[in-house]
Design a protein around this ligand. Structure first.
Ligand code: AMP
Length: 279
């Protein structure tokens, strides 16, 4: 596996690959890789001539300085994991290379940003859109892979690609879970044993909500989720939302014709986790 750390070098390499007719599948990540990331890479390798992974803990998408500081950074381990995967190239740039100057540009994704992650993490999607744009320019992939775990991020990037005419295809990959249902996340590493155990309740709450949605109102389902999580001392629910899967706008009622996303965000101890199911 080739490891590239400068913007100039990645541009040169991907330019060569493109001009020799190779198709590039790209998986942008913030590292602390787990099976979720590796599955995206596996899919990228299968669907393209080669796969490229980026690892960059992007400062502009953190609205909480402590979260940025504590975000797990284990590049050496990640390199070992990538060497065993079908990743052809790793791009791991520095902050100075990606942001030679303070980012001034602000994105406005309209309604999409007024709910859930957009509402609770102001500025987050401007940081995401900026780094993803920079990475797309550098890697120039034919296909880029994102996880359904960050459903709203996928919707934002889809908007970005459409509105700015990025010449690539986006792929939304299903959520990879631990055996007990917890959605894999780099942040899970920060959970204590007890918190890790309680964290499984987030997916349990989503499953409960999914079951209840067939015969109950949105208000009743919300009430049931909040009640379900109450006994778990480590968990502080930030939101549980019933949303249209494309617009991500909240739905007041279930309608058989809607594709609905049940989305949850909660603190487990100090660690903020998100998850969703589509019904
Ligand atoms: P991150 O490193 O958390 O920014 O994630 C990098 C990419 O991997 C994003 O597109 C995520 O949505 C995706 N991803 C993270 N966790 C999972 C998971 N458990 N299943 C599927 N995709 C994931």
């Amino acid at each position: 596996m080739q490891i590239i750390t400068s913007l100039r070098d990645i541009k040169e390499q991907t330019e060569k690959l493109r001009s020799s007719g190779k198709t590039i599948g790209f998986v942008p990540t913030m590292g602390a890789l787990h099976q979720g990331h590796l599955t995206l890479l596996e899919t990228a390798a299968e669907q393209n001539d080669l796969s490229i992974c980026s690892i960059f803990v992007n400062p502009t998408q953190f609205n909480n300085a402590e979260d940025f500081k504590l975000y797990p950074r284990i590049l050496e381990n990640d390199i070992e994991a990538l060497k065993k995967s079908r990743c052809a190239m790793l791009f791991a740039p520095s902050v100075a290379d990606m942001y030679p100057e303070t980012l001034q540009l602000k994105f406005d994704f309209g309604e999409l940003e007024t709910v859930m992650e957009g509402k609770f993490r102001p500025g987050h999607f401007t940081g995401v859109a900026a780094i993803v744009s920079k990475l797309f320019h550098a890697v120039r992939p034919h296909k880029a892979y994102f996880g359904q775990k960050d459903l709203q991020q996928y919707a934002v990037i889809n908007r970005l690609v459409t509105d700015l005419s990025f010449d690539l295809e986006l792929v939304c990959h299903p959520i990879i879970r631990e055996a007990d249902g917890l959605a894999m996340s780099s942040r899970n590493r920060r959970l204590s044993e007890e918190q890790r155990e309680q964290a499984t309740q987030l997916y349990k709450a989503l499953q409960l909500a999914s079951g209840l949605s067939k015969a109950h109102t949105v208000a009743e389902v919300k009430e049931a989720v909040s009640k379900h999580l109450q006994p778990f001392a480590a968990i502080k629910l930030e939101y549980f939302e019933v949303a249209d899967v494309n617009s991500l706008q909240p739905l007041a009622e279930f309608d058989a014709s809607d594709r609905v996303a049940l989305c949850i965000a909660a603190y487990v101890g100090e660690v903020r986790l998100i998850d969703n199911v589509i019904i």
